[in-house]
Design a protein around this ligand. Structure first.
Ligand code: FES
Length: 287
Protein backbone atom coordinates (compact mmCIF):
# COMPACT_ATOMS: atom_id res chain seq x y z
CA UNK A 1 0.00 0.00 0.00
CA UNK A 2 1.57 3.28 -1.12
CA UNK A 3 -0.91 5.56 0.60
CA UNK A 4 -4.33 5.83 2.21
CA UNK A 5 -6.84 8.01 0.43
CA UNK A 6 -10.36 9.16 1.25
CA UNK A 7 -12.42 10.26 -1.74
CA UNK A 8 -15.36 12.55 -0.92
CA UNK A 9 -17.92 13.23 -3.63
CA UNK A 10 -21.70 13.12 -3.94
CA UNK A 11 -21.39 11.65 -7.42
CA UNK A 12 -20.94 7.85 -7.14
CA UNK A 13 -19.35 7.78 -10.59
CA UNK A 14 -16.47 9.97 -9.39
CA UNK A 15 -15.89 7.73 -6.38
CA UNK A 16 -15.98 4.61 -8.53
CA UNK A 17 -13.51 6.15 -11.02
CA UNK A 18 -11.07 7.08 -8.27
CA UNK A 19 -11.28 3.58 -6.79
CA UNK A 20 -10.88 1.93 -10.18
CA UNK A 21 -7.88 4.07 -11.13
CA UNK A 22 -6.05 4.38 -7.81
CA UNK A 23 -6.48 0.88 -6.33
CA UNK A 24 -4.35 -0.85 -9.03
CA UNK A 25 -1.68 1.83 -8.37
CA UNK A 26 -1.36 0.42 -4.85
CA UNK A 27 -3.45 2.98 -2.93
CA UNK A 28 -5.99 2.02 -0.33
CA UNK A 29 -9.12 3.99 -1.23
CA UNK A 30 -12.12 4.67 1.02
CA UNK A 31 -15.03 6.91 0.18
CA UNK A 32 -17.67 9.21 1.60
CA UNK A 33 -20.60 10.73 -0.24
CA UNK A 34 -20.68 13.96 1.75
CA UNK A 35 -18.66 16.17 4.10
CA UNK A 36 -20.30 15.02 7.34
CA UNK A 37 -19.72 11.38 6.55
CA UNK A 38 -16.11 12.22 5.66
CA UNK A 39 -15.52 13.91 9.03
CA UNK A 40 -16.97 10.86 10.79
CA UNK A 41 -14.51 8.62 8.93
CA UNK A 42 -11.57 10.99 9.47
CA UNK A 43 -12.28 11.11 13.19
CA UNK A 44 -11.68 7.39 13.40
CA UNK A 45 -8.95 6.82 10.79
CA UNK A 46 -5.81 8.54 9.53
CA UNK A 47 -5.42 9.28 5.80
CA UNK A 48 -2.49 10.52 3.74
CA UNK A 49 -4.74 12.33 1.37
CA UNK A 50 -8.34 13.48 1.02
CA UNK A 51 -9.58 14.05 -2.50
CA UNK A 52 -12.77 16.05 -2.17
CA UNK A 53 -15.41 17.73 -4.27
CA UNK A 54 -16.08 21.35 -3.38
CA UNK A 55 -19.80 21.51 -4.01
CA UNK A 56 -21.81 18.96 -2.08
CA UNK A 57 -25.41 19.28 -0.96
CA UNK A 58 -25.16 18.92 2.81
CA UNK A 59 -21.83 20.50 3.57
CA UNK A 60 -19.58 22.64 1.44
CA UNK A 61 -16.18 21.11 0.61
CA UNK A 62 -14.57 24.30 1.95
CA UNK A 63 -16.02 23.51 5.38
CA UNK A 64 -14.56 20.03 5.20
CA UNK A 65 -11.13 21.41 4.24
CA UNK A 66 -11.32 23.89 7.11
CA UNK A 67 -12.05 21.02 9.50
CA UNK A 68 -9.12 19.01 8.10
CA UNK A 69 -6.79 21.99 8.45
CA UNK A 70 -7.77 22.41 12.09
CA UNK A 71 -7.90 18.75 13.08
CA UNK A 72 -5.75 16.66 10.72
CA UNK A 73 -2.61 18.65 9.98
CA UNK A 74 -0.76 15.75 8.38
CA UNK A 75 -3.47 15.00 5.84
CA UNK A 76 -3.03 16.44 2.35
CA UNK A 77 -6.01 17.75 0.40
CA UNK A 78 -6.67 17.66 -3.32
CA UNK A 79 -9.81 19.34 -4.57
CA UNK A 80 -12.01 18.13 -7.39
CA UNK A 81 -13.63 21.08 -9.07
CA UNK A 82 -16.15 21.48 -11.83
CA UNK A 83 -17.40 24.66 -13.49
CA UNK A 84 -19.67 25.84 -10.62
CA UNK A 85 -16.83 25.51 -8.14
CA UNK A 86 -14.26 27.66 -9.88
CA UNK A 87 -14.80 30.55 -7.47
CA UNK A 88 -14.42 28.36 -4.40
CA UNK A 89 -11.05 27.20 -5.61
CA UNK A 90 -9.62 30.53 -4.43
CA UNK A 91 -10.83 29.84 -0.88
CA UNK A 92 -9.48 26.31 -1.08
CA UNK A 93 -6.08 27.53 -2.28
CA UNK A 94 -5.92 29.91 0.66
CA UNK A 95 -6.24 26.84 2.89
CA UNK A 96 -3.20 25.25 1.33
CA UNK A 97 -4.67 22.46 -0.66
CA UNK A 98 -1.97 20.59 -2.52
CA UNK A 99 -3.58 20.67 -5.93
CA UNK A 100 -6.88 20.48 -7.76
CA UNK A 101 -8.41 18.25 -10.37
CA UNK A 102 -10.69 19.83 -12.96
CA UNK A 103 -13.76 17.73 -13.76
CA UNK A 104 -13.81 15.61 -15.86
CA UNK A 105 -10.27 14.41 -15.24
CA UNK A 106 -8.33 11.73 -17.05
CA UNK A 107 -6.96 8.65 -15.25
CA UNK A 108 -3.42 9.88 -16.03
CA UNK A 109 -4.08 13.26 -14.41
CA UNK A 110 -5.61 11.65 -11.32
CA UNK A 111 -2.57 9.38 -10.91
CA UNK A 112 -0.14 12.26 -11.52
CA UNK A 113 -1.81 14.60 -9.03
CA UNK A 114 -2.09 11.83 -6.43
CA UNK A 115 1.58 10.89 -6.78
CA UNK A 116 2.60 14.51 -6.46
CA UNK A 117 0.46 14.93 -3.36
CA UNK A 118 2.15 11.90 -1.80
CA UNK A 119 5.56 13.41 -2.61
CA UNK A 120 4.66 16.54 -0.65
CA UNK A 121 3.88 14.34 2.28
CA UNK A 122 7.09 12.36 2.01
CA UNK A 123 9.04 15.59 1.79
CA UNK A 124 7.84 16.26 5.33
CA UNK A 125 5.89 19.32 4.33
CA UNK A 126 3.71 20.15 7.30
CA UNK A 127 0.49 21.80 6.35
CA UNK A 128 -0.30 23.79 9.38
CA UNK A 129 -1.59 27.30 8.96
CA UNK A 130 -3.39 29.57 6.59
CA UNK A 131 -1.06 31.28 4.11
CA UNK A 132 -1.36 34.69 5.70
CA UNK A 133 0.69 33.33 8.59
CA UNK A 134 3.35 32.37 6.09
CA UNK A 135 3.61 35.46 3.98
CA UNK A 136 1.96 38.82 3.99
CA UNK A 137 -0.26 40.29 1.31
CA UNK A 138 2.59 42.68 0.60
CA UNK A 139 5.02 39.77 0.07
CA UNK A 140 2.47 38.13 -2.27
CA UNK A 141 2.23 41.38 -4.24
CA UNK A 142 6.01 41.69 -4.49
CA UNK A 143 6.29 38.08 -5.56
CA UNK A 144 3.69 38.70 -8.22
CA UNK A 145 5.76 41.48 -9.76
CA UNK A 146 8.90 39.32 -9.56
CA UNK A 147 7.27 36.41 -11.40
CA UNK A 148 5.79 38.79 -13.99
CA UNK A 149 9.28 40.15 -14.65
CA UNK A 150 10.73 36.66 -15.15
CA UNK A 151 7.78 34.99 -16.88
CA UNK A 152 8.78 33.23 -20.14
CA UNK A 153 12.46 33.90 -19.56
CA UNK A 154 14.59 30.74 -19.66
CA UNK A 155 16.47 29.86 -16.48
CA UNK A 156 14.31 32.13 -14.36
CA UNK A 157 13.15 29.63 -11.74
CA UNK A 158 16.23 29.69 -9.48
CA UNK A 159 16.52 33.49 -9.28
CA UNK A 160 12.79 33.73 -8.56
CA UNK A 161 13.05 31.11 -5.81
CA UNK A 162 16.04 32.95 -4.30
CA UNK A 163 14.11 36.20 -4.23
CA UNK A 164 11.00 34.50 -2.85
CA UNK A 165 13.02 32.88 -0.06
CA UNK A 166 14.65 36.20 0.74
CA UNK A 167 11.21 37.78 0.89
CA UNK A 168 9.42 35.19 3.02
CA UNK A 169 12.27 33.26 4.67
CA UNK A 170 11.26 29.86 3.28
CA UNK A 171 9.34 28.25 0.47
CA UNK A 172 6.14 26.58 1.72
CA UNK A 173 3.94 24.64 -0.75
CA UNK A 174 1.48 27.52 -1.10
CA UNK A 175 4.32 29.82 -2.15
CA UNK A 176 5.68 27.25 -4.60
CA UNK A 177 2.23 27.02 -6.11
CA UNK A 178 2.10 30.79 -6.46
CA UNK A 179 5.49 30.82 -8.18
CA UNK A 180 4.49 27.98 -10.52
CA UNK A 181 1.38 29.87 -11.53
CA UNK A 182 3.29 33.12 -11.91
CA UNK A 183 5.92 31.54 -14.16
CA UNK A 184 3.39 29.30 -15.89
CA UNK A 185 5.29 26.10 -15.15
CA UNK A 186 4.21 22.90 -13.32
CA UNK A 187 4.32 22.93 -9.52
CA UNK A 188 6.26 19.65 -9.72
CA UNK A 189 9.10 21.51 -11.50
CA UNK A 190 9.25 24.13 -8.74
CA UNK A 191 9.11 21.46 -6.04
CA UNK A 192 11.85 19.45 -7.79
CA UNK A 193 14.25 22.41 -7.73
CA UNK A 194 13.37 23.39 -4.15
CA UNK A 195 13.98 19.84 -2.92
CA UNK A 196 17.19 19.41 -4.91
CA UNK A 197 19.14 22.44 -3.68
CA UNK A 198 19.95 22.48 0.02
CA UNK A 199 20.00 26.28 -0.16
CA UNK A 200 16.23 26.26 -0.44
CA UNK A 201 14.12 25.36 2.54
CA UNK A 202 10.47 24.42 2.88
CA UNK A 203 10.49 24.79 6.64
CA UNK A 204 10.00 28.10 8.40
CA UNK A 205 12.97 29.62 10.18
CA UNK A 206 12.93 31.42 13.48
CA UNK A 207 13.99 35.05 13.86
CA UNK A 208 17.40 33.59 14.70
CA UNK A 209 18.51 30.46 12.90
CA UNK A 210 20.95 28.36 14.91
CA UNK A 211 23.11 25.95 12.91
CA UNK A 212 25.28 23.34 14.59
CA UNK A 213 28.02 21.75 12.53
CA UNK A 214 28.12 17.96 12.72
CA UNK A 215 30.94 17.62 10.16
CA UNK A 216 33.84 15.31 11.07
CA UNK A 217 36.10 17.95 12.64
CA UNK A 218 33.27 19.33 14.78
CA UNK A 219 31.84 15.91 15.58
CA UNK A 220 35.10 14.58 17.04
CA UNK A 221 35.31 17.68 19.22
CA UNK A 222 31.91 17.12 20.81
CA UNK A 223 29.42 18.79 18.46
CA UNK A 224 26.79 16.23 19.36
CA UNK A 225 26.88 17.29 23.01
CA UNK A 226 26.47 20.91 21.96
CA UNK A 227 23.53 20.05 19.78
CA UNK A 228 21.91 18.18 22.65
CA UNK A 229 22.38 21.19 24.94
CA UNK A 230 20.84 23.52 22.38
CA UNK A 231 17.92 21.16 21.81
CA UNK A 232 17.30 21.10 25.57
CA UNK A 233 17.67 24.86 25.95
CA UNK A 234 15.32 25.63 23.09
CA UNK A 235 13.07 22.65 23.68
CA UNK A 236 12.97 21.82 19.98
CA UNK A 237 14.46 19.16 17.73
CA UNK A 238 16.57 19.57 14.60
CA UNK A 239 14.47 21.34 11.97
CA UNK A 240 12.19 22.71 14.68
CA UNK A 241 11.18 26.24 15.52
CA UNK A 242 10.36 27.58 18.99
CA UNK A 243 6.72 28.37 19.66
CA UNK A 244 7.49 32.11 19.77
CA UNK A 245 9.23 31.73 16.36
CA UNK A 246 12.35 33.27 17.85
CA UNK A 247 14.77 30.39 17.19
CA UNK A 248 15.06 27.55 14.73
CA UNK A 249 17.64 24.79 14.95
CA UNK A 250 19.50 23.05 12.15
CA UNK A 251 22.41 20.68 11.83
CA UNK A 252 24.81 21.04 8.91
CA UNK A 253 27.69 18.98 7.60
CA UNK A 254 30.55 21.44 7.33
CA UNK A 255 30.55 25.18 7.67
CA UNK A 256 34.02 25.56 6.21
CA UNK A 257 35.53 26.68 9.51
CA UNK A 258 36.96 23.36 10.67
CA UNK A 259 39.93 25.08 12.35
CA UNK A 260 37.44 26.59 14.84
CA UNK A 261 35.70 23.28 15.59
CA UNK A 262 33.25 22.74 17.09
CA UNK A 263 31.34 25.49 15.34
CA UNK A 264 27.90 27.01 15.83
CA UNK A 265 26.52 29.68 13.53
CA UNK A 266 23.64 31.93 14.52
CA UNK A 267 22.28 33.87 11.55
CA UNK A 268 25.55 35.21 10.09
CA UNK A 269 27.63 35.07 13.30
CA UNK A 270 30.14 32.25 13.66
CA UNK A 271 31.13 30.91 17.09
CA UNK A 272 34.17 28.63 17.35
CA UNK A 273 35.46 26.27 20.06
CA UNK A 274 31.96 26.03 21.46
CA UNK A 275 31.33 23.86 24.50
CA UNK A 276 28.13 23.15 26.41
CA UNK A 277 28.42 26.25 28.57
CA UNK A 278 29.37 28.52 25.69
CA UNK A 279 26.43 27.19 23.69
CA UNK A 280 24.07 28.56 26.34
CA UNK A 281 25.95 31.88 26.43
CA UNK A 282 25.67 32.17 22.66
CA UNK A 283 21.88 31.92 22.88
CA UNK A 284 21.80 34.62 25.58
CA UNK A 285 23.27 37.07 23.09
CA UNK A 286 20.06 36.89 21.08
CA UNK A 287 17.56 37.27 23.93
S1 FES B 1 33.43 20.12 10.18
FE1 FES B 1 32.54 21.71 11.25
S2 FES B 1 33.18 23.45 10.23
FE2 FES B 1 34.01 21.85 9.07
Amino acid sequence: MVGKILVVDDEPVVIKSCERILTPEGYSVDSASNGKEAIGILEKNGYDLVITDLKMPDMDGIELIRWIRNSRLDTGVVVITGYPSQESIRDALSMRIIDYLPKPFSPELLVEVTQKAMEWKKAGVVIEAPPHDEYSEEAARQLDSITKKYRNKPGSLIPVLQQAQELVGYLPPSLQKLIARGLNIPVSEVHGVVSFYSFFTMKPKGKHNVRVCLGTACYVKGAEEILKRLKDELNIDIGGITSDRKYSLESVRCLGACGLAPVVVVDKDTYGSVNRVKATDVLKEYE
